[in-house]
Design a binder for this molecule. Sequence first.
Ligand SMILES: [Ca+2]
Ligand SMILES: [Ca+2]
Length: 369
Amino acid sequence: MLICRTGPGKLAGSRLSGKRGLELSPRGHYGLGMFPVRRSVIIGLLLLLAVALMGGMSWFWIRSLGRFRNSVGMVMVRVPPGEFLMGSTPEERDWARQHGAQTEWLRNERDPQAVSIEQPFWMSRTEVTVGQYRQFVENSGYRTRAELGTLPLTWDRSIEGWVKQENRSWREHGFEQTDEHPATCLAWADAKAFCVWLTRRERATGRIAPNEVYRLPTDAEWEYTCRGGTRTRFAWGDDPGVAQSFANVLDATPLPDGGLWVVQYLPWEDGFAFTAPVGCFKPTAHGLYDLHGNVWEWCENNSMPVSTNYPPRKILRGGSWDNNAGNFRCATRRAVMLNFASDTTGFRVVLARGDERLSPAVTEAGVKR
Ligand SMILES: [Ca+2]
Ligand SMILES: [Ca+2]
């Protein structure tokens, strides 16, 4: 059984420490070891630091550390640019088919292609949580597609399957969810609406630059970050058994009523029959959590073609708590319709240079311009 952190970890802070500290010399200087420093210089530096911390510049200074916490409590991690091979080999797809992958989803995978990520970007360390999504809804009055009547697919124990049920949304999933769990039952537009709101909120307070935007990760950015320089099936290698340390997936953890899944599940107990609070498992490259498993994650665009795009489809990545090994690989691409939502789908955000683009889907969803 894992010992789960109940929320995102704390930023590694910087503070003055040490046994010696500042010492006043007989000549009116403060000494830092063997180097004397004039009192006026120390006071000047402290004043400058205070001004910077009170002003918008502080956020850019903090970001120079490679990570920062934004206004809704997300830790954003810098991902450097680079190149990688996107996609899977035919051999990997054969392996995936033998390990529970759905043929329909495998059709969306392409043979490896060199892809270049030209610009650095920031990615949220975890999936967006219920508590973070709640801040958005309470501030904006936004109503999700599920709340407007497009029912999400949610699991129904009575029939051992997923059905469209009323009164299910990010507020009520049908299983226990705290503010630290990932928000689910969200359509693509619901995820984009959160990004638009967060961009405007942080631009208004000077936390981000006018040419920066919160959005969903592109299909390519997601796989690039998940792989973290690897070419294996998973971020940790090729062995699906290691997933029990890195990912909340379909396993032998008993259901709340003591029963087990009727479908094939992986032979270990990760402690979570449904979603897990974000950040419970080990991080992968770049210090990011739950890219594999927990909830599927919406992507901004389709970087490669999908098997069918009529009606228009968007990509989900990473698999979820109800998936076997063939479906939570780095290369897994599930293409679904824009209105799709279920208790297995959520998202994480990216902060990058770019324009704010309000797509028709977002406008229809009720985001105020
Ligand atoms: Ca699990
Ligand atoms: Ca995930």
